[in-house]
Design a protein around this ligand. Structure first.
Ligand code: NAD
Ligand code: AKB
Length: 315
């Protein structure tokens, strides 16, 4: 797995190790794990996905058969550093596809609701529709979807992927995305501090709790290929809400919780270019996608875990 120390990787590595055995999952990143990093036991390698030689060497040394390519620059950081985002998201993906082709590996690559743009139908966005994203992140995601399809059609590489919405989790904080508010708000609620949202009160976006995101990654890779009409970039979602609605869900459990708003124009423009809600019926029909968590169950679980985590941090 590339980018294994990030928000998704830090939970996907332990989930895959649980299924396949610790030694059979090689985590890699351009950062080194700390002793406190979740799932730190097991093989770890330094791999920069923009360096084909490093990728190739690790894939051959461990006889890797499946690559989960999670290394990427997320939407808000990509607007600050568009060239770096292009180099990592496109250059890194190209290298990983080539290494998958030459070593006959299956490949999971996550796309995002960021692959859609302002001219995409905003409600119940279909699986196959207009994709003219206006952000560097979205451009790399849309091109990445096409490139993964190309490697399947042209070279037979077993590429698969989903378009994740904003992901909510309590283990590793998100790193530079537009949907990060939907995680930060829970941390501040547990600290009994007001939360200042950088997105406007009525900005509606799709979201998903991390256990469902992990399930999606594993299930799409294990899906019966004969049933797949699409391969890459399946729309998947679990809920959609606005900052006001998630704040209300928290307030039903923590009555003194307060949300304030101070709009960040860059992240607001990104969010405004993304759909309000996506249609994930193709994933449901082709590989049985069925998320378990909605806003209420996510809120209960996030608050429970963060209460324990932040209490331990203070000890
Ligand atoms: P993240 O930013 O938390 O983690 C990415 C990891 O990649 C980091 O640990 C970083 O150190 C590493 N990295 C950066 N540059 C690298 C390089 N050159 N070589 C190797 N590693 C490098 O990201 P995430 O949230 O875990 O996202 C993983 C994937 O899922 C990305 O493709 C992202 O676009 C996609 N996705 C994430 C979300 C979300 O809400 N988290 C939503 C939609 C799609
Ligand atoms: C981001 O906000 O950049 C990500 C995503 C939805 O792709 N969380």
């Amino acid at each position: 797995m590339t980018g294994a120390l990030g928000q998704i990787g830090s939970e996907l590595v332990p989930a895959l190790r649980e299924r396949n055995g610790t030694d059979d999952v090689v985590a890699s990143d351009i950062r080194r794990p700390h002793a406190s990093t979740p799932g730190v036991q097991g093989p770890f390698e330094f791999v920069d996905c923009t360096n084909t030689r490093q990728l190739q060497e690790v894939v051959r040394r461990y006889n890797i058969d499946t690559i989960y390519h999670l290394a990427a620059i997320l939407s808000a950081v990509a607007e600050e550093k568009p060239l770096v985002a292009w180099q990592v998201n496109m250059g890194g993906l190209y290298n990983v596809l080539e290494v998958a082709r030459t070593n006959r590996c299956a490949l999971f690559v996550p796309s995002s609701i960021g692959a859609f743009g302002p001219t995409t139908p905003a409600d119940h966005t279909p699986q196959d529709t207009v994709q003219h994203p206006t952000t560097m992140y979205g451009i790399t995601k849309t091109a990445g979807e096409l490139l993964c399809n190309y490697y399947y059609v042209r070279f037979g590489v077993d590429t698969r992927g989903v378009r994740y919405p904003g992901l909510i989790s309590h283990i590793t904080p998100p790193a530079g995305g537009t949907t990060d508010y939907a995680v930060e708000i829970f941390y501040e609620a547990i600290r009994h501090r007001p939360y200042t949202s950088f997105l406007a009160a009525d900005t509606r976006l799709d979201m998903m709790y991390m256990p469902d995101a992990i399930k999606a990654a594993i299930d799409v890779m294990e899906a019966d290929a004969a049933r797949l009409i699409h391969r890459n970039a399946f729309n998947v979602t679990a809920m959609n809400f606005t900052p006001t609605e998630v704040a209300e869900a928290i307030r039903r459990r923590i009555p003194d919780f307060v949300i304030r708003y101070q709009i960040d124009p860059v992240r607001q423009a990104i969010a405004d270019s993304w759909p309000n809600s996506i249609d994930d019926s193709a994933a449901r029909e082709e590989w049985g996608w069925d998320p378990s968590y909605d806003l209420e169950t996510t809120t209960d679980d996030m608050l429970k875990h963060l209460e324990e985590k932040l209490a331990n941090d203070e000890e």
